[in-house]
Design a protein around this ligand. Structure first.
Ligand code: AMP
Ligand code: GLY
Length: 445
C-alpha cells in the first residue's frame, strides 16, 4: 500500500514510525515531514519512506501527487486540512473517491473548528461539559450580564481556531468584561472571536483520551496527559505541549467506564445519528472533577479536537502494538469491530525539548548534536530540518522529544531524561518535572 501522511510535527514522526512498521506499507510519503521522517528513509528496510515538499492544505498539489504516485491511503495529522475539508474534497473528485482518507469530514471537523458547534453538540447529546452561553457583538451587553452571574475565574473562548490562543481564563470580573469587549467589538482574535463562548470554570486535573472511530464502532486508545505550560510546576505561557505520559494512572477502569458511557458512546452515536458519521481520530480533552457528594471523580469534556494530540501521540502511539495500517483500513471500511486493539502494558514518558525563547520569539537553524547517541529510547523530531550535508538543524519552537517505554512511570521518566541529556543545541530547554504531579498524587493517596 502507498500511504501519504500529512504534517510535519512530532505527532507525524510518531505516526510515520507506526505506519512504516506495518508490513502492508510499501511507500510512505510524508508531506512536508521533518528531519526525523527524512532520516527514516534508511531504517525501514521493506518500507520506502520519503518526505515530499508539499503543504497539508494545498489540496490541488495533494490531488496531483496522489494520482501520480498511486496513493491508497491519506492519513491527516493536523486539524487545518480537516477543517478546510480535505475529506469532502476527496469525496467530490471522481479520481480520488477510492482513496482512503483517514480523518473526519468538514462538518465533523467543526467539533474543533467551532467551540459553539461543539458545545451545542454536547448539549444535544447530554455529554457532560461546563455550563455555557454564546455571545456576539450584538449581544455583548447580555454577555456582560451573564458574566455577573458567574463566579471567578471566568473562562472566555473565541469560537473559531485561534492558533491555540483563543481561550482566556481571567481572575477578575473587570478583566473578563474588558476581554469580552475586546474579543467581540475589537476582533481581538479576528474572525475567530466574532462569537465568544463564556463557560463555567471547572476545577480538576486534565487528561486526554483518544478514540478511533469508523463512524459506528470505536476503539479507545490509551489515556495520556500533556504538560502545556513552558515553566516547571505548570507556570508561564501556554505552549503546544512540553511532554506527555501514558497511561494516566488515576484514569482507572471505573473512570474510563464513565468516559466510555457518558462521553465516547454518545459522541460516536450522536454524530452517526445526525448523519455525520466520524471516521478518524477523536481527541477528547477532559477535566477530571472531584464530586464532593460521592467522593468520586467524574469526567467533563473541555474540548474536542479532530486529530491526535501533540505530544500525546508521542507517548500513545509507541504503546499500540496492533498494525496501524490494518486498523485504519478497518476505519475506512466501517468494520473496526472486527479488529482488536493490542496495547503494550509498558508505560511511556515523553519529554519535549524546545528552542530558547519559545513560545515567544526564538531562533531557528541551530545545529543539533548527539541524536545518534540515544539508545533504548525513541527520538521524535518536531521542528527540525536536514541541510544539504545531512546535518540536523532546529527549525521550530518545539524541536524534538525523547520517549521511553518502561515497566513503570518513574523508570520511563528517568530514562527519557538520561537519553535527552545526550542531545544538545545552543539554547535547548526542557521541563524537568514531566509526570511528577501524577506521581505525587499517587503518593498522597
Ligand atoms: P481549550 O482550547 O478549550 O482546550 O482550552 C485551553 C485550556 O484552557 C484547557 O486546556 C484548560 O486548561 C483550560 N480550560 C478550558 N476550558 C476550561 C474550563 N471550563 N474550566 C477550566 N479550565 C478550562
Ligand atoms: N497537546 C494538545 C494538543 O495537541 O492540542
Amino acid at each position: 500500500m502507498n500511504i501519504l501522511l500529512l504534517g510535519s510535527g512530532g505527532r507525524e514522526h510518531a505516526m510515520a514510525c507506526k505506519l512504516a512498521d506495518s508490513p502492508q506499507c510499501e511507500h510512505l510519503y510524508v508531506a512536508p515531514g521533518n528531519a526525523g521522517t527524512a532520516a527514516m528513509a534508511n531504517h525501514y528496510g521493506q518500507t520506502i519512506v520519503q518526505n515530499v515538499d508539499m503543504q497539508p492544505t494545498d489540496f490541488p498539489a495533494i490531488h496531483s501527487w496522489v494520482i501520480k504516485h498511486d496513493i491508497d491511503m491519506v492519513v491527516v495529522g493536523p486539524e487545518a486540512p480537516l477543517v478546510a475539508g480535505i475529506r469532502d474534497y476527496f469525496a467530490e473528485q471522481p479520481s480520488l473517491r477510492k482513496v482512503m482518507v483517514i480523518g473526519p469530514s468538514r462538518e465533523c471537523a467543526q467539533l474543533e473548528g467551532s467551540k459553539d458547534y461543539a458545545k451545542e453538540f454536547m448539549h444535544r447529546h447530554n455529554i457532560p461539559t461546563a455550563a455555557y452561553r454564546t455571545f456576539t457583538a450584538d449581544t455583548l451587553q447580555e454577555g456582560i450580564a451573564f458574566l455577573h452571574t458567574l463566579k471567578a475565574p471566568y473562562v472566555l473562548k473565541a469560537d473559531g481556531l485561534a492558533a491555540g490562543k483563543g481561550v482566556l481564563i481571567l481572575p477578575t470580573l473587570e478583566e473578563a468584561e474588558r476581554e469580552l469587549t475586546a474579543m467581540l467589538k475589537d476582533a481581538k482574535f479576528g474572525e475567530a472571536s466574532a462569537k465568544v463562548v463564556i463557560e463555567e470554570y471547572l476545577s480538576g486535573i486534565e487528561l486526554s483520551v483518544f478514540v478511533l472511530s469508523d463512524g459506528k464502532h470505536y476503539k479507545i486508545l490509551p489515556s495520556a496527559k500533556d504538560y502545556k505550560r513552558i515553566g516547571e510546576g505548570d507556570t508561564g505561557l501556554n505552549t503546544g505541549g512540553m511532554g506527555s505520559v501514558s497511561p494516566v494512572h488515576f484514569a482507572d477502569k471505573h473512570f474510563m467506564k464513565k468516559v466510555e458511557e457518558r462521553i465516547v458512546i454518545p459522541t460516536v452515536k450522536g454524530l452517526f445519528q445526525e448523519g455525520t458519521p466520524y471516521k478518524g481520530f477523536i481527541f477528547v480533552g477532559l477535566m477530571a472533577v472531584s464530586n464532593h457528594i460521592t467522593g468520586k471523580i467524574d469526567p467533563y469534556v473541555i474540548e474536542y479536537n479532530v486529530r491526535m494530540g501533540d505530544p500525546e501521540t508521542e507517548s500513545v502511539f509507541p504503546r499500540i502494538k496492533s498494525d496501524m495500517v490494518d486498523l485504519l483500513e478497518h476505519v475506512w471500511r466501517g468494520n473496526l469491530q472486527q479488529t482488536t486493539l493490542e496495547i503494550d502494558p509498558r508505560e511511556a514518558a515523553c519529554v519535549m525539548a524546545v528552542a530558547n525563547g519559545y513560545p515567544e520569539h526564538y531562533e531557528k537553524g541551530k545545529p543539533i548534536h548527539g541524536i545518534n547517541a540515544v539508545s533504548g529510547s525513541l527520538v521524535f523530531h518536531a521542528g527540525t530540518r536536514m541541510d544539504d550535508k545531512g546535518n540536523v538543524l532546529t527549525n521550530g519552537g518545539r524541536v524534538l522529544c525523547v520517549t521511553t517505554l518502561a515497566t513503570s512511570m518513574p523508570e520511563a521518566l528517568l530514562k527519557s531524561y538520561q537519553e535527552l541529556a545526550k542531545i544538545s543545541w545552543d539554547g535547548m530547554y526542557y521541563r524537568r518535572d514531566i509526570g511528577q504531579d501524577l506521581l505525587k498524587l499517587e503518593v498522597s493517596k
